[in-house]
Write a protein that binds this ligand. Structure first.
Ligand code: DX5
Ligand code: ZN
Length: 223
């Protein structure tokens, strides 16, 4: 089994102290940093873009995991590459993924493909060999602080079985509504990258929240 890693989502962070908050989760053992990019078109909210990613790049060595909830990602992909994201995930519903994945790889970055809760897992199969990561949304994209949609666990299981069956290195990430109380469900469905926003930055002590997640991860004896 693959290492289980935590990807705190800065969407719930205190943006006036972003650097300090990132350093706190890094010290506590998080390995990825999830940055949610929203364009007001693909989803109805607007969040952050390349300038914030490049600022974050200067304060952390964490793996920057950019989740692009944007229409026509091909048009902007070079900006995200230049900003210093390590993994760039696009939505299968937002574009023809092939050319975007190609552009991400040409820029020397890892490529991820994301599916919304209503999108079947099979939609990623034609691309999976090119991908370092598949991201299963466990809430409707566009906002933090929602409840996990339980049907998404079954989709993660289908994808995890596919990845295992074909011996792929692809990581499986789950994003949305994950807390200490239900993270085991995400892990047991086969996800090995766990995104959590509210459960970390929505608490008074993000570092302590990260440690509590790490204790659960360790209990699986994989890390
Ligand atoms: C939702 C985002 C998530 C969000 C997760 O559109 O993709 O990454 O920040 O936040 P929580 O953990 O609060 O559901
Ligand atoms: Zn996200």
């Amino acid at each position: 089994m693959k290492r289980i890693r935590l990807a705190p989502s800065i969407l719930a962070a205190d943006f006036t102290r972003l650097g300090a908050q990132i350093n706190e989760v890094e010290r506590a053992g998080a390995e990825y940093l999830h940055i949610d990019v929203m364009d007001g078109h693909f989803v109805s909210n607007i969040s952050v873009g390349p300038p914030v990613i490049s600022a974050v790049r200067h304060v952390t060595d964490l793996t920057i995991d950019a989740h692009l909830m944007i229409e026509n990602p091909l048009r902007f992909i070079n900006d995200y590459i230049r900003a210093g994201a390590d993994i760039i995930s696009i939505h299968v519903e937002a574009c023809d993924p092939g050319p975007v994945i190609k552009a991400i790889k040409a820029g020397g970055k890892k490529a991820g493909l994301t599916i919304k809760p209503g999108t079947p897992p099979e939609t990623v199969y034609p691309f999976i060999e090119e991908l370092e990561l598949v991201l299963v949304m466990s809430v409707e994209p566009g906002a933090g602080g929602q409840r996990m949609i339980p049907g998404c666990l079954n989709k993660a299981e289908i994808l995890a079985n596919y990845i295992e069956k074909y011996g792929l290195e692809t990581e499986l990430e789950m994003d949305g509504g994950i807390y200490l109380t239900n993270v085991r469900k995400a892990i047991e469905s086969g996800a090995n990258i766990i995104v959590a926003g509210s459960a970390i930055f929505g608490t008074p002590e993000p570092g302590a929240a990260v440690s509590a997640f790490m204790d659960i991860f360790k209990s699986y004896g994989i890390n």
